[in-house]
Design a binder for this molecule. Sequence first.
Ligand code: FAD
Length: 401
Amino acid sequence: MEEYDIAVIGGGPAGIMAAIVASRNSKSVILLEKNPDLGRKLLMTGGGRCNITNLKPIKKLLNFYPQKNFLKHSFFTFTNEMLLSFFEDKGMNFIEEDDNRIFPQSEKSGDVLKVLIDYLDDVVISYNFEVKNITEDFIINDKIKANKIIIATGGVTYPHTGCNIKNYYLTSQPVTDIKYGLSPLITKKDLSDIAGITLYDVVISYNKNKVKGNVLFSHVGLTGPGIINLSNVISESITYNLLDGEALDVNFEISIDLCPDFTREELNEKFTSDFQVKGKTMLKNYLKRFLTNGFIDFFLNEINLDGETQLSRVNKKSKNRLIENLKRFAFEITGFNKDLSKVTVGGVDLANVNPKTMESTITPNLYFAGEVLDLHGPTGGYNLQIAFSTGYLAGLSAGEK
Ligand SMILES: Cc1cc2nc3c(=O)[nH]c(=O)nc-3n(C[C@H](O)[C@H](O)[C@H](O)COP(=O)(O)OP(=O)(O)OC[C@H]3O[C@@H](n4cnc5c(N)ncnc54)[C@H](O)[C@@H]3O)c2cc1C
């Protein structure tokens, strides 16, 4: 049997970072990865460009995570700026895009992975090694004995990258309900006619939850940053658990405020005046100042208004229907587009993990890092920062003791 100080399970960003940091204190570290290569999901990030982090100041950044109190210690131990320096030390440069999103200057996620692998010099890597069982005295698959174990097996989305729901059963730690996050939504209505059209800076609501952002129509439903960020909030608030192995059957409504810059009263005032002054203008042409062009016909059709009607002929009832739908245009949702869900909502229960070390409070010497934990953030570089910061802290703590 091979023996190591530390075994890290999972060669994604969290596990790689944990292994690098754990090996710094002359500890013998083995990284076990079930695939023949490392970082398959990392390669897909940011559409292959890797939105590696978000450069908002840490205090502000933390406000974007539902689990900000848990993350505080790891984020201050290994900040977004420290993460960039870690890569810059190996000659990598970065660019900043809107909303503080950071990408490698080369715009290649493969370059991020190369640097990580470059740091792994002191780590033994075992590829094609799928961990299937861990005994109470830390014997892995009857082959490897470790003093400490760091679990960084990721979540459930994009299973071909190596994730597997069975991983939650590798140890007997309590796990919260497992759900889809950062996911497009499937609509009951066929939206093929408007697929490819984007609504910019609209406000999307699910019950009392609101998210401002862009909505992109697809052939099967709704996507775009606004929708996928809202999907996290929806998953948090509805009850289902993929660990139950049951087919997910959801049905709920979301609505879009298509004119968030105007109140209903302001729209009413404006329409009352404009419909007189510009009486000869056709309704569909008038709406161009409020709505994306390619969306207008669909919208008017849905609310049973004729776009060719002249404004002077739009009666009060129609005007009210128009205002109501501009402020609250509803879609019936029948599911998450799970094949495109980017993160997992839920995971190893944080109540049993010490946020200052990432060590289990139930099983000493067992650590967790990355998406396997009940941690998630919005789109924009927030999720890789979770992987790197918690991976760093887990490696540091396991390597220190
Ligand atoms: C399409 C897509 C795009 C994304 N884009 C971004 C982005 O631009 N920015 C961002 O911040 N986040 C992004 N994310 C999210 C981000 O990729 C994840 O949050 C991150 O990869 C999680 O890292 P991890 O190391 O915890 O898990 P993973 O990256 O999933 O790594 C887990 C590793 O563990 C291995 N493994 C699993 N089970 C076992 C086992 N039993 N034995 C051995 N090995 C095992 C897997 O093969 C895998 O290599 C994206 C996700 C997707 C799917």
